[in-house]
Write a protein of this length. Structure first.
Length: 329
């Protein structure tokens, strides 16, 4: 934990900070290049398109943050999409036809539900000691089935104030409200978490579980908290789906696999212990822009999935080569 804290200390030299975040900075450069390409291919791409981009990537960005938390701890969660579906339909069913004030209570309750869902996942992983990939895959069916029990088809409603949080611009037509909402969520939850003892413990057990245990870290409790936090962010992602579409859908969608893709592309180590949430957020936008540019170029949209797969394979291979060279050095 001391090594983790030192690596993330405020007094780190600028050069070291740049080196540590080189991958994220490269992703930002790629994003700028993609935006420039989009403007060249589609000159009409402007503020309205940027607002739509912000709204569309918000659920996946929150799902990527949820996945990043548990991956940093050395695990993985394959039930994120199902938790999103369950929290989305629960919020939509409860808010339909109700007052705006009641919608606030629903949001608070759904966030609590997300914490419970994640805590159940974490408790099962810790208590049974079954590999997390097996536990969360099984629980994905449980949460997906529960979503279908709540509502078998898309529907419900959303409070107007909730829609206003993520749809449209704020202050300037180029600034999507969804982007500000994401920034506020990260500032309120992730930044205090990563600076807390629990956050340092999450990084510690991901880096070296045995060393963390010998340093006095409660591995089981830390894993439990990591999954609970993942459930919280999954609930936020589900609420953002309800807010952006105005309804809830019981279908999990591709969010689980895309969240893993964003985490890998965002520079989070699948071995745990390294990474953050900013890289995965940028990766989400990059993946969306690739799909958008292929659409503008009249390329078969199915090739977007192929392109994403090729990019991920390249990223994993490059990361493996870098890690191998570091080990030899």
């Amino acid at each position: 934990m001391t090594a983790v804290a030192a690596r993330r200390g405020r007094g780190a030299p600028i050069a070291a900070t740049v080196q540590e975040n080189a991958w994220t900075l490269s992703l930002l450069g790629l994003l700028v290049a993609l935006l420039a390409l989009t403007k060249i291919v589609q000159p009409q791409y402007g503020p309205i398109s940027i607002q739509g981009l912000g709204t569309s990537v918000l659920p996946l960005a929150l799902a990527a943050i949820a996945q990043a938390v548990v991956v940093i701890s050395g695990g993985i969660d394959l039930s994120i999409g199902s938790m999103m579906a369950l929290t989305s339909v629960v919020s939509a069913v409860l808010m339909k036809g109700q007052s705006e004030q009641f919608g606030i209570a629903v949001v608070v309750g759904v966030l609590g539900l997300g914490l419970i869902l994640g805590a159940v996942n974490g408790a099962l992983v810790v208590v049974t000691r079954v590999p997390d990939i097996v536990v969360t895959l099984a629980m994905s069916f449980v949460w997906a089935g529960s979503a279908l029990l709540v509502r078998s088809s898309p529907g419900g409603g959303a409070a107007q104030w909730l829609k206003n949080l993520v749809v449209g611009p704020i202050g300037n037509e180029w600034i999507p409200r969804a982007a500000i909402a994401l920034f506020v969520i990260v500032a309120i939850i992730w930044i205090p978490l990563v600076r807390s003892r629990v956050g340092l413990s999450i990084f510690a057990i991901g880096s070296n579980q045995l060393a963390a245990f010998r340093s006095g870290v409660s591995v089981g409790r830390t894993k439990f908290f990591a999954y609970a936090i993942t459930g919280l962010f999954s609930a936020l992602a589900g609420l953002s789906l309800t807010a952006s579409t105005g309804i809830g859908s019981p279908v999990p969608g591709p969010y689980t696999l895309l969240s893993v893709a964003a985490v890998v592309l965002g520079g989070v180590s699948l071995a745990g212990g390294r990474g953050g949430v900013f890289g995965p957020i940028v990766a989400v936008v990059v993946l969306q822009m690739i799909r958008t540019d292929l659409t503008f170029l009249n390329v078969n949209t199915n090739l977007a999935a192929v392109a994403q797969g090729v990019i991920l394979i390249g990223v994993v291979m490059f990361g493996s080569i870098v890690q191998f060279r570091r080990a030899r050095g």
